[in-house]
Design a binder for this molecule. Structure first.
Ligand SMILES: C[S@@+](CC[C@H](N)C(=O)[O-])C[C@H]1O[C@@H](n2cnc3c(N)ncnc32)[C@H](O)[C@@H]1O
Length: 322
């Protein structure tokens, strides 16, 4: 019976699909683009478990290399009070490099990122780096933006068109990181086995592969200023307009015509290649007139297309790199 209760608890957590543990390779492959941002900074990895987290491991291993001032992690315990773990480096009051020491401090609450004590830690931090719970992604980003924090976090690509998230792209407050696509995440033992995108490794550890995973950030990196290389020319027969909206439909990012200056509807994968000096983002096939109450406009001859991002080429672009 006790087991029963436990599995019910686990089931409700599993249903939220929040327990996906990030691999160190995924963290390394992304973090290498942002090294200059971390010097002298306080990094906070919340929604984490420093005993096992690869975010903690990555920053701990690279503490000196990145020149961090402090690393903080908080662990989330659904039904118990939890703790924070810190490493402090930098110079002491006499200008000497500190020998980093580990300090564990109990939290009053359970490490919920919304709890007052975790919000205080966020305020103290310069950069938040983590894979937050997918089910609370909107709230997590809202808090980061509200506190004007720098961040680099993992999320699902579907979040890009959420009404709480898309406007942040338009306002230049958020963009996608360098890597996106399918990634394997370790999952807890109690996660159900699946026929696809699931494996148990030689150590009996369960893994699930998630598609359309992205990094969301407001840290700049060089590669996001590189143009998408385009080679197709506009012609009306290949690029039909939407039934009730003055924009052409482009079915693949690589097919964006290089000589069209009107509004274009492009697949959401555009966002992972977006150079803000090449194109401006105007909205989406839902958010096209400044309102989320409007109907989708992605119809051609009555047939609905996938969600589209509305973009327009920035005209000076041809001369920019000369
Ligand atoms: C996607 S997992 C990632 C875990 C870890 N950051 C990693 O990348 O390996 C999200 C974690 O957030 C935790 N979590 C769920 N709700 C939370 C909340 N309200 N506050 C803080 N953490 C939460 C979950 O228990 C889960 O371990």
């Amino acid at each position: 019976m006790a087991n029963n209760g436990n599995s019910n608890l686990h089931m409700s957590r599993a249903e939220k699909l929040d327990e996906f543990y990030t691999q160190i390779s995924m963290i390394e492959d992304e973090l290498k683009y942002y090294k200059k941002h971390f010097f002298g900074k306080v990094v906070f990895c919340n929604c984490d478990d420093p005993a096992e987290s690869n975010f903690w491991k990555y920053f701990q291993l690279n503490f000196y290399k990145l020149g961090l001032k402090k690393l903080i992690s908080t662990h989330f315990e659904e039904n118990n009070s939890s703790y924070k773990l810190e490493i402090t480096g930098g110079e002491d009051e006499n200008g000497q490099m500190r020998i980093p020491g580990y300090v564990t401090t109990p939290l009053v609450e359970n490490g919920d990122f919304r709890s007052p004590e975790c919000v205080e830690i966020m305020k103290e931090a310069d950069i938040i780096v983590t894979n937050p719970p997918f089910s609370l992604f909107r709230e997590f980003v809202a808090l980061l933006v509200d506190l004007k924090k720098e961040f680099l976090i993992v999320g699902r690509g579907t979040a890009t068109t959420y009404k709480e998230i898309l406007p942040l792209f338009l306002d230049g407050k958020l963009w996608l990181g360098r890597n996106s696509g399918h990634f394997w995440f370790r999952v807890p033992d109690y996660y159900e086995e699946k026929k696809t995108d699931f494996k148990i490794d030689e150590n009996g550890v369960k893994w699930r592969r998630m598609g359309n995973i992205c990094w969301f950030t407001n840290l700049d990196y060089k590669e996001r200023h590189e143009d998408i290389i385009l080679f197709k020319n506009y012609n009306p027969s290949e690029y039909p307009k939407y039934d009730n909206y003055d924009a052409i439909d482009v079915n693949e990012v690589k097919n964006i015509p290089c000589d069209y200056y009107g509004v274009m509807g492009v697949p959401t994968t555009f966002l992972s290649k977006w150079n803000p000096e090449q194109f401006e983002i105007l909205g989406s096939s839902r958010y096209h007139d400044g309102s989320w109450e409007s109907n989708d406009i992605n119809f051609i001859n009555g047939k609905g297309k996938f969600t589209r991002i509305l973009i327009r080429r920035i005209p000076q672009n041809e001369y920019r790199n000369e």
